[in-house]
Design a protein around this ligand. Structure first.
Ligand code: ZN
Length: 219
């Protein structure tokens, strides 16, 4: 089974607005190639956090026998653009693709949420069903594994949001979700995200959720 792990943003995005702000077609509209992501109050960048959790997740998935492809190879580069991130999953015929992020929500808000693609005819109607199944098992695994609350500041109150404006979802032809693994602007969440112990628990949970989805797909 093939898994694409997509660590959101990149460590050097902020120094290259000419690349990051270039518009790309996401199926429903034009959108910036990339965004630079958020950071905790103490300056731990989302790009670095996403990269760390992604590497931990990749290690676990590979040790369980999956073929795993990362959409970027370091945290010192720029991009790739959101359309290319989706294309990597498509080209490799991934059985599942997960974008790892942390959110920049209100300072008073806490928790995590999984973002599912809206079913849009001709764009995401082919992947909406399996993506939802992937998202549900990922949400459940992440809740159990990290004990973070469902996001208190958006979504359905059960850790799920649905969007039609993310290129990474709109352009995917394989089951794909985003996970916003915590709120970097919450002091409580930030303290967790900054701890390597939490990041390992987060990675364990993400790998477990993906594994559950893959086993259900294969059977
Ligand atoms: Zn992000």
């Amino acid at each position: 089974m093939t898994v694409v792990i997509d660590p959101g943003h990149n460590g050097n995005d902020g120094n290259h607005p000419e690349i990051v702000n270039r518009l790309v077609n996401i199926g429903t509209k034009m959108k910036a190639c990339e965004t630079t992501g958020t950071a905790t109050a103490s300056g731990y960048s989302e790009a670095a956090y996403n990269w760390d959790v992604a590497l931990r997740t990749v290690r676990l998935l590979r040790s369980s026998g999956a073929r795993v492809i990362l959409t970027r190879q370091s945290n010192a580069g720029v991009g790739p653009c959101i359309n290319e991130r989706a294309a990597i999953g498509n080209r490799t015929h991934a059985d599942a693709a997960v974008s790892i992020h942390a959110d920049g929500g209100p300072t008073s808000g806490r928790g995590f949420h999984v973002i599912l693609p809206l079913s849009t005819r001709g764009i995401t109607d082919d992947i909406a069903g399996p993506s939802r199944r992937l998202g549900l098992v990922l949400r459940d695994a992440y809740k159990r594994g990290t004990d973070l609350p469902y996001a208190t500041y958006l979504g359905d109150g059960k850790g799920l949001t649905i969007r039609d404006d993310l290129g990474g979802l709109n352009l995917s032809d394989v089951p794909k979700v985003f996970i916003e693994t915590g709120n970097m602007n919450s002091p409580t969440d930030a303290a967790l995200l900054e701890s390597s112990g939490f990041r390992q628990r987060a990675a364990n949970a993400i790998a477990l959720g993906i594994g559950t989805f893959l086993r259900a797909t294969r059977n």
